[in-house]
Each structure stands twice: as structure tokens, then as C-alpha cells.
Ligand binder design. Sequence first.
Ligand code: TRP
Length: 465
Amino acid sequence: MTSDTQEMGVKRSAKGLVARDGFSTSLGVLAATLGSAVGLGNIWKFPYLTGENGGAAFILVYVIATLLVGLPVMISEHMLGRRARADAIQTLRVLAPKRQPWWLIGAAGCLSAFLILAFYTEVAGWVFAYIFKALTGSILSTDPTQTSGVFNDMATDPAQSLIWQWVVLAVVGAIIMLGVSKGIERATKRLMPVLFVLLIAVCVRSLTLDGAGEGVKFLLRPDFSKLSGEVLLVAMGLAFFKLSIGMGTMITYGSYFRRNQNIPVTASRVMLADLSVSLLAGMAIFPAVFAFGFSPDAGPSLLFITIPAVFASMPLGEVFIIFFFVLTAIAATGAMLSLFEVPVAVLNEQLGLSRVKATLLTMGLLVLVGAPAALSNSTLDDFKLFDKTMFDLYDYATSNILMPVGGLFLALFVGWVWGYDQVKSALSNDGALRNERVIRAFFGVVKFVTPVLVTLVLLDGLNII
Ligand code: TRP
């Protein structure tokens, strides 16, 4: 089985006459996969959703969703990708019984990748712009009306919005063109340690402020009255978004894993490290927000309006704010690389386009799909579907619907179609690892718990039950 499917992977890419690229070391696998998981999700979404939904209780639900839904789906994706050694669509086509349309999960994943990138590149564009504003000091004011003026001037200017999005697309596209091992792996291996160091520095600064205790309490002391069906849905959506699952990213990365990679261990490490980054980001942000009397529930603009005012209020803030936006830009870049790789791998391996052409085509399509999101605060701010701007719609539809549905079908596929024997041989590296207990626990959860939870939360959150 292994050699057959591996053969297939090699033969298909042999069209290009070279063996299939992949991650070259175990550390590289970890850096790239963690680079995918860690992103604006940790530093922009996690804090603002925690702030809006009442703090510790939301975090608790999010952690449960990560364990019972996120981790099993991530293990599933790595496992399937590595078995098939192919892009997201082809992986499910090769592994599913004939004439069953499971490949649609991969196809829906490509669509999600575009929709996510459309708004993600816009937020990343603001982050890139903020590095320059932090260097010149133009965002530093203790008065939130001032910082909100700076943000609005940028976000409501169509030209600036589009240009920053294109800058981001160009940076990410350039790394993708270099390939999997020379581009993605090398970039993430160098950048991830920088991110950690900067994040810890900002955390220490925030926690040593007078009055930091309120913010720590907000993060650790749950108030369950804040929970509702919609909040559960949002927490689960965040678990999907955070771990880059439910749309083929982790299948694609799994296809570059080494044959002796211990998948359950790797996925658990990524999950834990990612959770730590989110909590550190919370610790970097909320103690400072509370210490200076700002409100935690500012929503998506927390990062761009509240944070600069918070930093302007603290000693050495003008230095730490540069750290902060550089680390956010690094995080966003690693995540966008993995999103880009989904369509690029499909175009490269299914349509036989060269990597450079596949990347250019993806960039071109993103200029088109991304523009409505980029212009959501300016030219198109009145254009709404389902009562949401295109920016919000892309975000909501992917996190709260497409990815959970993709994850649901992946779990069903692994638990009910692929079955225990295949899972066992895939996760034990064909018997080389003695991890049967772990495999059994994983299989039980992915077969029964994950599908039921995802279905219930989807139905409840979308007000169907
Ligand atoms: N996980 C990333 C973050 O938290 C975003 C991301 C990267 C992503 N790849 C993905 C989200 C694939 C969904 C699907 O910022």
C-alpha cells in the first residue's frame, strides 16, 4: 500500500521530471506546520474574540474544542496527506473508494483557501503598514480617538488598502515560488524563533505594569453566564481557523511529511505550541489593556486601535510596539504560506503548471477575489450580502461553516470509510511505532465524538435547533 501510493505521488510529479519536494528535516516539519497554525488567528482573532465573548469561559470552551475536534482533525489530515503524498483533492481521490465524491472536501478546501486569503491578506496588509507607522511613531498616541483616526484613514482609503494587500501577496508569492524545502521550510525555520522571543519580551513588559492583575483575572477566571450557542460556534470556528484545518492545508503539508514522522506526537506539539502562543498573546495584550483602563471588547479593531494606544501609555512602548507588529507580520506570513500552498499544489500537480506559473495564477486570482474584501471599508462598505460586508462574509462563511463542514466530512471519512486497519498502519508508520493506545483513543474520538460535536455545534450555532 505505502509503496504503491508513494509511487503514485512520485510518478505524477515526475511529469516535471523531478521527485516531489517535501520537508527535509523533522524540525522543518514542525516549523512549517506550526508556522501555518500560528498567525493572525492567535494575535488578532483570539484576543478580540476572547475580549468580545467574556474572557476565561470562552477560552475554556475553545480549549475543549481544540482537544476534541481540532487535534483529531489535524491528525487525520496529516495522516491522509502523508499516505497519498498528493495535493488535497488528489489525496481524497486516491484514498476513497471508487466513485465516492470525497474529493469534494479538497475542492471546497481550495475555495476556502481563496476566501480566507482574501480577507487575511488585507489584515496582514494593515499589519505590514503598521510596522512602518510604528517605526515613524505615527500610530503612537494615548488617545484612542487619535489611533482610530490613523486606522480609519488607512482602512477607508481604497488605494492604500489595495496596495498593502498586493505587497503582502508579492512577499508570500516570492517565498512560495522558491519551493517547499527552500522556500516554506527555510523561511519558517528562521522566523518562528524570532516570533517567540519577541512575543515573550512583549509579555514580560505587559505583565510587569501596575494594574496588570485585572487583565490576568479576565483571562483566567471564567464567567459562564457569557456562553451561548453562538459563542460555542465561534469558539469551534476559531479552533478550526487556528489549527488550519477543515480545508486541506494540513493534508497538503502532511503530504510533505517524512515517512518516519510520528504524526500524533507532531500534531499534539503543534496544538500545544499554538495554544501557548494564543495565551501568550492574551497575556501580552489584556493586562496592558486593563492596566490603562481600555475596554477589552473593541472587536476586530482591538489590534489596530486599542493596542497602539496601550503601547503609547507604557514606558518604552515605542520600542515594544515595533516588536509587536514585526512578530505579528511574521506569524501572518507563515500562515499565508500554508494557505497559498493548497491551490498552488493543486495547480502544479493536477494541471501540470510549473510552480512559478501556479503561484502567479494564484496571486492573480487573489488580486480579484481579495479586492472586494480590501474595499469593504471604503468603496464597497455599503455592499452587503446576508447583512455582512464581503470582508466579514468571507471570514464568517469560512470559519463558521465551510471549515467545520469540511472537518466533519474528514472525520466521517476517517472513522467510517477508511477504517481502523488503515488508520493503524498509517499512524504507526506501518508498525514501526508502538503507539496502539494512542491510535485507539484517536480513532474512537474521530469516529464518534468529533462528528457529533461538530454537528451539534453547527446546528445550534446556526439556529437550526
Ligand atoms: N491558522 C492560521 C492563523 O491562525 C490561519 C490559517 C493558515 C488557516 N492556514 C489556514 C486557517 C488554513 C484556516 C485554514 O492565523
